[in-house]
Ligand binder design. Structure first.
Ligand SMILES: Nc1ncnc2c1ncn2[C@@H]1O[C@H](COP(=O)(O)OP(=O)(O)OP(=O)(O)O)[C@@H](O)[C@H]1O
Length: 327
């Protein structure tokens, strides 16, 4: 079985983004890094899907491959029903403008020599202005992300705080009127007080523009706060997909491990307080056979080494890939 399962996909609904059996591999001197091994997901218009997992489990590689930066090793990515993989360069650039990436480090994402008023419309310069009045459009964009145009318009990135730079990055993404925003740890480099403001800004933009968002993060509380559904990834595979409102009722031992690391999110009865062995992530150069989580899992048996668990719906809307979780 190549993929991590597609049981959670919703082909009967209108979907802004469909990713099917995405594989990302990096050839390196010692072999092949299996960063993403059969990830499938879909996003409805206006929906936010959180992708949760520890550092190194393949979240960024997946986000970038969805953006075709670079294209995945294999698998399909459909944006608004249009297949992106294998598209010619010019059409790809056009299609990619419908999908924007917001990154973790906003300062290095901005050209230090350019002023804010030029940075926010960099994307539009490529595609032409149409009938827009540039100054007015820039000011509207800056206001829409909570920046005072008169104060920041002529500044360069080093004259702004990290939070202000992330607002500029978000404004630059929104300038292209995208359908999908892929946010890769967009608040993890910011102070906690600023994190809440940026999350609020993304949430408002999603509502106002009916954006669909993929929100990648390792922080359980942040992902729960902003997402409608959460997909939990371990070593390149999906282990659980569930509504974020049900996150405390997660069933996969790996999701339980992540929850147990956040005191307020752990089960009130203490169940799952120490659900799995907190050891290093195995190498993606040589991932464990069968269930990739088995080397850290307290429930692991011989079956887990020999047979990869399929993603199955165990409660309405909750999908788990584990041999030991019963429907
Ligand atoms: N260009 C590359 N060449 C080789 N290996 C890579 C490359 N990019 C990522 N990897 C490896 O792929 C695996 C997944 O990395 P990735 O950055 O996607 O994980 P992540 O969950 O986003 O972690 P983080 O939050 O630390 O970025 C890691 O083992 C990483 O070292």
């Amino acid at each position: 079985m190549a993929g991590s399962g597609t049981a959670h996909l919703r082909p009967d609904r209108e979907r802004a983004l469909v990713v099917d059996d995405l594989v990302v591999e990096f050839p390196v001197a010692r072999g092949t890094v299996h960063a993403v091994s059969g990830l499938s997901l879909d996003l409805l218009p206006g929906e936010t899907l959180g992708i949760l997992g520890e550092s190194g489990c393949g979240k960024s590689s997946a986000g970038r491959a969805v953006m075709q930066l670079p294209p995945p090793t294999s698998g399909s990515v459909q944006l608004g029903g249009v297949e992106l993989t294998g598209m010619k360069a010019r059409r790809m650039r056009e299609a990619r403008s419908r999908m924007q990436l917001v990154l973790q480090d906003p300062v290095s994402a901005l050209n230090p020599r350019r002023r804010v008023k030029d940075l926010v419309v960099e994307g539009l310069e490529i595609w032409g202005w149409g009938a827009r009045d540039r100054d007015r459009f820039v000011d509207e964009l800056l206001s829409s992300v909570g920046l005072d145009p008169a104060t920041v318009r002529d500044k360069r990135p080093h004259e702004l705080s990290g939070g202000q730079c992330q607002r500029v990055c978000i404004a630059r993404s929104l300038a292209l009127d995208p359908d999908v925003l892929i946010c890769d740890e967009p608040v993890s480099s910011l102070d906690v007080s600023v994190q809440a403001q940026i999350l609020n800004l993304l949430e408002k933009a999603r509502e106002r523009l009916r954006l669909s968002m993929v929100f990648i993060a390792h922080d359980v509380a942040v992902v729960k706060n902003i997402s409608d559904r959460v997909l939990v990834m371990y070593l390149g595979k999906t282990c659980e997909v569930l509504p974020s409102a049900s996150l405390e009722d997660a069933l996969h031992p790996y999701t339980r491990l992540l929850l147990a690391s956040v005191p307020e999110a752990a089960a009130p009865d203490g169940e799952g307080a120490e659900p799995a062995r907190a050891v290093e992530l195995p190498s993606p150069l040589d991932p464990p056979s069968g269930c990739r989580f088995r080397t850290r899992c307290p429930l692991a048996t011989d079956r887990c080494a020999g047979e990869e668990p399929e993603l199955r719906e165990v409660r309405p809307g909750q999908f788990v890939a584990c041999h030991h979780v019963e429907a």
